[in-house]
Design a protein around this ligand. Structure first.
Ligand code: ZN
Length: 138
């Protein structure tokens, strides 16, 4: 035996028991199925109830993105206010500071990826400057 949720064309839902799926098809096709409420003969299988998933959101909330932007912008501002810009001389200056050949201070500037890797391998403390999101947006 097999049980189906059935629905007539007036949206009455009821259960029907059949020997098999084929038996249902046969009875439905020959008009033997009758709605117990309105006696309609237009009967179909009711759609399965959609499985309702949790409503957990996986996208980061807008305020988290905003906080991140504020953090990065603040970091850039801090660096620009507290460090000396040395431009392309950055790898050279960073090394001098690291080896005590010049005054110890915060610097920032430009380095290629390879230069930055070499510095890190030598133990020089360097970190990429966070991207300026506001500039990139323009
Ligand atoms: Zn009905």
């Amino acid at each position: 035996m097999i049980v189906y949720s059935l629905k007539c064309d007036n949206s009455h839902e009821f259960e029907g028991w059949f020997a098999s799926g084929a038996a249902f098809d046969e009875q439905a096709a020959s008009g033997k199925l009758v709605c117990p409420v309105c006696e309609s003969r237009r009967i179909g299988k009711a759609p399965m109830a959609p499985s309702v998933a949790g409503t957990k959101r996986t996208m980061p909330a807008a305020d988290e993105v905003k906080k991140m932007r504020q953090f990065m912008t603040g970091m850039r501002k801090y660096i620009k206010e507290n460090a000396e810009y040395v431009g392309k001389k950055f790898p050279e200056e960073a090394r001098k500071i690291h080896y005590g050949e010049t005054e110890e201070r915060h610097i920032y500037g430009e380095a290629t990826l390879k230069e930055a890797k070499d510095l890190v391998e030598e133990g020089v403390d360097v970190a990429p400057l966070p991207p300026d999101l506001d500039e990139q947006a323009n």
